[in-house]
Ligand binder design. Sequence first.
Ligand code: BTN
Length: 337
Amino acid sequence: MAEHALTTWESQDLRDRILERLLDAEGDWVSGAELSAITGVSRTAVWKHIQTLEELGFTVEAVRHRGYRLTHVPDIVLEPLLRRRLPAGCALGRRVLYAPVIGSTNATLAHLAQSPALPHGTVLAAGTQTGGRGRRGRSWFSPDTGLWFSVLIRRQIPLSRAAEITLLASVAVRRAILRQTDAPVQIKWPNDLLMDERKVCGILAELRADGEEVQHVVLGIGINANVPHEAFPDELANIATSILAASGRPVHRTQLAADVLRELEPMVEALAMGGAGFAAVIDEWRSACHTLGRDIRVQTPGGLVEGFAIDISPDGRLLVRTHTGERLSIPSGEVLF
Ligand code: BTN
């Protein structure tokens, strides 16, 4: 599949203003003249944006002398659809870019974030990723039934506290999933989410720092929302699942994204204000944790560690007692299944 270039900011903005007005009309007609007046572009240009909406999965009826009306709205993360599900004033998601197909939302957002004009809270979401990035240089399977997005966090956060962001995100994603399903969701240290003991969500934070201060974080969240189990490739079939496969019911992805952002926003603000950060949700994390209280094997940058997972520290380190009785505090690594 060819990579879909991000349409320019301006053109996504015009498309979104047209969509906003059509959504406000709640299925009633909106004239081409009005859409042209709102956007300041010709009626032919309005028609082109309507065609773009149809390519994205909207159904728009067009009748001469009446205008346009929306008859079907797809579940995709476009700004007007997401913002309607976010609390007023929520900074995360106040700007949303969407690409039906992209290499990696993390890679593209990191590139776009080089411009200081891109505001804190910008979300880049994608239908499909052709080069989705996972932790430890792995690729991330990203078919069009999942939820793949990255959030730009441009807040003053000390580098020493940056690791808390992914832990906070794991709690936020878990809360968001639990708003749509009763099925249990566990956390595998540091930030993988599991359902039925299989991975349902991965989180990848990539940051840029200046000395001891974080300049920005690109926080990538991949949720296997409605991926049918049979769609996973053989190598993932036993270790990955989706919310659909684990709970038997599809989720509303735009709502899921909005709930993640709504939950994450106050946590990130607290961190930026020098507040409690992960310590504020550590008990919730512990009670959802799949790793603590078990004999585990952890692949760390320094090698394989085997032992008993005792606890997590407020800065996110995994505390392990090895079989020889040594107590280790592991800052990063991966718990092996
Ligand atoms: C992991 O290996 O557990 C992390 C996976 C992170 C995947 C998400 S999907 C959205 C964002 N864009 C990427 O390329 N990766 C992250």
